[in-house]
Design a protein around this ligand. Structure first.
Ligand SMILES: [Zn+2]
Length: 401
């Protein structure tokens, strides 16, 4: 009986020992599972929760050294930082990925692509160019080419921009409209340097690339009129009617000046009355009024203006009508009329804005390329007074008032 009791005393510790051993095995299994998520991961999360993103990045960067599985985490965080405007952090995150030696080729390219986007967002165009140039032979080629084109345009590097549109056309859409503008930019630079041969050669090239390139004819006419070749200038500008008549607004005033400079007042009146009847616009109305004034005198000019405004009423037209009335007005009435005219004129200036059809940006001066959305030909040379829907979203105050 006494032996039996001693035996029990030995069994109890043995059971406890086995239980302890079983518990040890479970804990070590759990620990081995947890080792897949390194301590830095939890540290990083903890820093993020406590809004200490700098320390969080350092912790996550540490994981990349340890584990392949956390690379996606870095990509996600990098994109998040860029989206929330923390571009410097996004750059550090993506740079650390680019510098890792153990990443696959695809992962490295993806990191490079993200880094390029970070630099672009930060406005570091030279670095963006460097990164996207490295991606031209990768699966990111098309996007890299579009980005590079955008950079060349922003840097006004027209040679490279032209080259890129040619390369892009093999993979992407038609870029002839943009290319003709880039060539016109080169023509304008040459004209400013008084290199007229180069300017003329570039303008012919622009029209060869796109026969619809109105801008080439606008510049061609300017060069001819500056050289005193007024008849040639007028003929060039008149071709715009067959390209896109709305752009006649841009050349109405210089064309009138060229016609008057060469003594063709009768032609001027005939041309502008015809154009005004066909394509009603405020610029053509101005030109038609002054042409009639120069050729037929004040009374017919006033009559033409009054008849036109009865059919097409506008504040700008009314302003012109007051101007025409002032010519024959007695000094007694003139004071009040000048006051009314100045009030009306101030309002017409407010409505003398050009608006981008793509983004709604408004400017007091005409732009071939919208300064806001960078699209070409989306601002038409037609003031918002002439357009029924005149919502103003943004006003460029840099233009002359
Ligand atoms: Zn725009």
């Amino acid at each position: 009986m006494a032996n039996f009791e001693y035996w029990w005393l030995l069994v109890f510790p043995l059971f406890f020992g086995l239980g302890w051993l079983a518990a040890r095995i479970d804990v070590s299994q759990i620990l081995s599972e947890n080792r897949r998520l390194p301590e830095s991961y939890f540290k990083g999360l903890n820093f993020l929760v406590n809004e200490q993103p700098d320390k969080a990045i350092e912790a996550f960067v540490e994981i990349a050294d340890v584990s392949q599985e956390t690379v996606e985490l870095h990509f996600a965080l990098g994109k998040l930082f860029r989206r929330t405007g923390e571009v410097e952090r996004a750059i550090r995150m993506h740079k650390s990925l680019v510098d890792r030696t153990h990443l696959s080729v695809d992962q490295k390219l993806a990191a490079l692509y993200e880094l390029g986007q970070d630099y672009y967002r930060a406005g570091l165009l030279d670095r963006t160019e460097e990164i996207f140039s490295k991606l031209l032979d990768s699966s990111y080629a098309l996007d890299a080419m579009r980005r590079l084109l955008d950079i060349y345009v922003r840097e006004r590097d027209w040679d490279k921009a032209i080259e890129m549109t040619v390369a892009l056309e093999r993979k992407d859409q038609d870029y002839r409209r943009e290319r003709s503008h880039f060539i016109c930019e080169q023509a304008q630079i040459a004209a400013t340097r008084q290199d007229m041969n180069r300017a003329q050669e570039r303008l012919s090239e622009a029209l060869f690339v796109s026969s619809h390139c109105v801008r080439a004819n606008v510049i061609k006419g300017q060069i001819e009129s500056t050289s005193g070749h007024h008849d040639i200038a007028v003929n060039v500008w008149l071709q715009i009617e067959h390209q896109n008549p709305v752009y006649l607004n841009l050349v109405a005033k210089p064309m009138l000046e060229s016609l008057l400079a060469s003594g063709r007042t009768e032609d001027a009146e005939a041309v502008f009355i015809r154009l005004l009847n066909q394509y009603q616009s405020l610029d053509l109305l101005d030109a038609a009024y002054h042409a009639t004034l120069a050729n037929s005198g004040a009374q017919p000019a006033y009559g033409m203006l009054r008849d036109y405004i009865r059919i097409h009423p506008s504040l700008h037209g009314f302003d012109k009508l007051l101007e025409a009335q002032l010519i024959d007005m007695s000094p007694y009435k003139r004071g009040d009329a000048v006051l009314i005219k100045s009030l009306v004129h101030r309002h017409t200036i407010r409505l003398s804005l050009f608006r981008c059809e793509n983004c709604g940006f408004c400017a007091h001066v005409f732009h071939w390329q919208c300064p806001a959305c960078l699209h070409w030909d989306t601002i038409l040379p037609r003031r918002i007074e002439e357009i029924s829907d005149s919502r103003l979203e943004m006003i460029d105050e840099t233009g002359p008032m």
